[in-house]
Design a protein around this ligand. Structure first.
Ligand SMILES: *Cc1c(COP(=O)(O)O)cnc(C)c1O
Ligand SMILES: [Zn+2]
Length: 453
């Protein structure tokens, strides 16, 4: 029977909180989920992504009773789990049985330090500097794989056959890959015409069913949430509490790379705010179990044209209003972030900051990251652009140590590179290829121009 047949069979009568059909339901009894709205507990053997009582966001509760020493991390795990930059932190993840775990050795991403980027941000490299936690080094080239391995594993553990997401591109590529790995069907809703060719190409190639919605991301997500509330389709957007659990490991891994010496600031782009939420939860947990002795401030950076969270922050958490999002950084082109309450908790708990940058600032910072040989997609560069702004404004001290989460790979969005360097309105300093006849004289002329130009 095709996986899609379950939709036919269950049409219109799939209650939220359907009992698990998975063989591992009993094992999942250990996992505790709680609504951050009304505090109600929920079982993990079912596909709940929001609280059935109040509609609030859910948190997986991990045990924080025992202290964890750094050398205990990864101990006692199988090689498969130890080789994953997500599952090696199993002590701080939901206890999904290993038989259900779908992993591609995700995570394990590098932390680069480059004095030129520190200088770009206005930071003193000798005192602190700017670290690039490069999540583009994941299997599908964005941080989304860290959450997806946990989300899809939970889906598998409860016996789901179709996993689905709405996406600005990277979530869809990741979901398609992990669904394929798990042997499940993947369903992806994307805003028509608003995602990059690279991300769309990945999603198609990995075999997910791709649906282009005539609307923006926010409309696509609302539509999918309606579908998954009434059909046997497992929602893998970052409202899913298991996604957030995997994304916490960006923080665990970067702290480990720093010898568990926390930086002063962790800066990251904010779109749907799942990552901001995850970073805060990770810091709280790492601090509580004694892995770090102080909590860095979290700086969430939004694009000016898609900044409802920044406006909410600026109002002193008084007024929240969704916006119609418009930014060149497609991965953060979101006007009504689903994880807003969780992200607010992160900013409050860490004494954090939310700010905005213009598309021009994003593309400029991206060019700086690209130019030192690291490279990223536009949204990722908001980390550096925002840090630069906050240093200039005196919010971040010049001697601070800042780690920027660089969320996706340069090859995710080559259209933006072409527009920046070759377009009609190419930036000053654009790196335009030259075309020459196939003669040595012409090539020598290129060298001479490079020498004098
Ligand atoms: C998803 C994504 C973001 C935004 O993360 P949120 O958790 O939605 O705030 C930023 N950059 C890239 C490359 C992404 O794929
Ligand atoms: Zn609730």
């Amino acid at each position: 029977m095709s996986a899609w047949a379950v939709v036919e069979k269950r049409r219109g009568r799939y209650p939220i909180g359907r009992p698990s059909v998975g063989a591992d339901a009993a094992e999942l009894a250990e996992i505790r989920i709680r609504c951050m709205g009304c505090g109600a507990p929920h079982a993990a053997g079912v596909a709940v992504t929001v609280c059935p009582r109040c509609g609030g966001l859910l948190d997986v509760e991990v045990s924080l009773d025992a202290k964890i020493r750094p050398e205990e991390i990864g101990q006692g795990l199988s090689p498969t789990l130890r080789n994953s930059g997500v599952w090696r932190y199993r002590a701080l993840l939901p206890a999904i049985p290993e038989s259900a775990i779908v992993t591609r050795a995700e995570g394990n991403t590098p932390l680069f330090w480059d004095d030129r980027l520190a200088q770009y941000a206005g930071l003193t490299a000798e005192a602190g500097g700017f670290g690039v936690k490069h999540e583009g080094h994941n299997p599908t080239a964005s941080f989304k794989d860290r959450g997806m391995t946990v989300g899809v594993s939970h889906a598998k553990a409860i016996g789901a056959r179709i996993v689905a997401c709405a996406s600005t591109g990277n979530t869809s590529a990741s979901l398609a890959s992990y669904a394929a790995a798990a042997g499940m069907a993947g369903l992806v809703l994307i805003p028509e015409g608003k995602i990059s060719g690279g991300k769309l190409g990945q999603t198609i190639a990995y075999g997910a069913r791709v649906v282009q919605v005539q609307g923006d991301f926010d409309e696509a997500l609302a539509l999918l949430r309606e579908l998954t509330a009434s059909h046997e389709v497992y929602l893998c957007n970052s409202v899913n509490p298991f996604r957030m659990e995997g994304q916490k490991t960006i923080v665990f891994e970067l702290l480990e790379q720093l010898g568990w010496n926390a930086p002063d600031v962790i800066a990251l782009p904010g779109g749907n705010l799942g990552n901001t939420a995850a970073v805060g939860k990770a810091l709280h947990e790492a601090y509580t179990v004694g892995l770090i002795d102080r909590v860095p401030r979290v700086a969430t950076i939004q694009a000016e044209g898609a900044a409802p969270f920044a406006a909410y922050f600026a109002s002193g958490w008084d007024e929240y209003a969704p916006v119609h999002a418009e930014t060149i950084a497609t991965a953060i082109n979101i006007g009504n972030p689903a994880s807003t309450p969780r992200a607010r908790r992160t900013i409050e708990q860490t004494g954090g900051i939310v700010t905005t940058v213009t598309d021009a600032e994003i593309m400029d910072a991206k060019a700086a990251i690209d130019r030192v040989g690291i490279g990223c997609e536009p949204a990722s560069a908001a980390s550096l652009a925002g840090t630069r702004r906050l240093v200039a404004e005196g919010v971040i001290a010049p001697d601070a140590t800042v780690v920027g989460i660089v969320t996706g790979h340069l090859l995710k969005d080559t259209e933006s590179v072409v527009a920046y360097h070759l377009g009609d309105n190419a930036a000053p300093g654009a790196n335009r290829p030259v075309t020459i006849p196939a003669t040595l004289a012409a090539l020598e002329q290129v060298l001479a121009d490079a020498l004098h130009g």
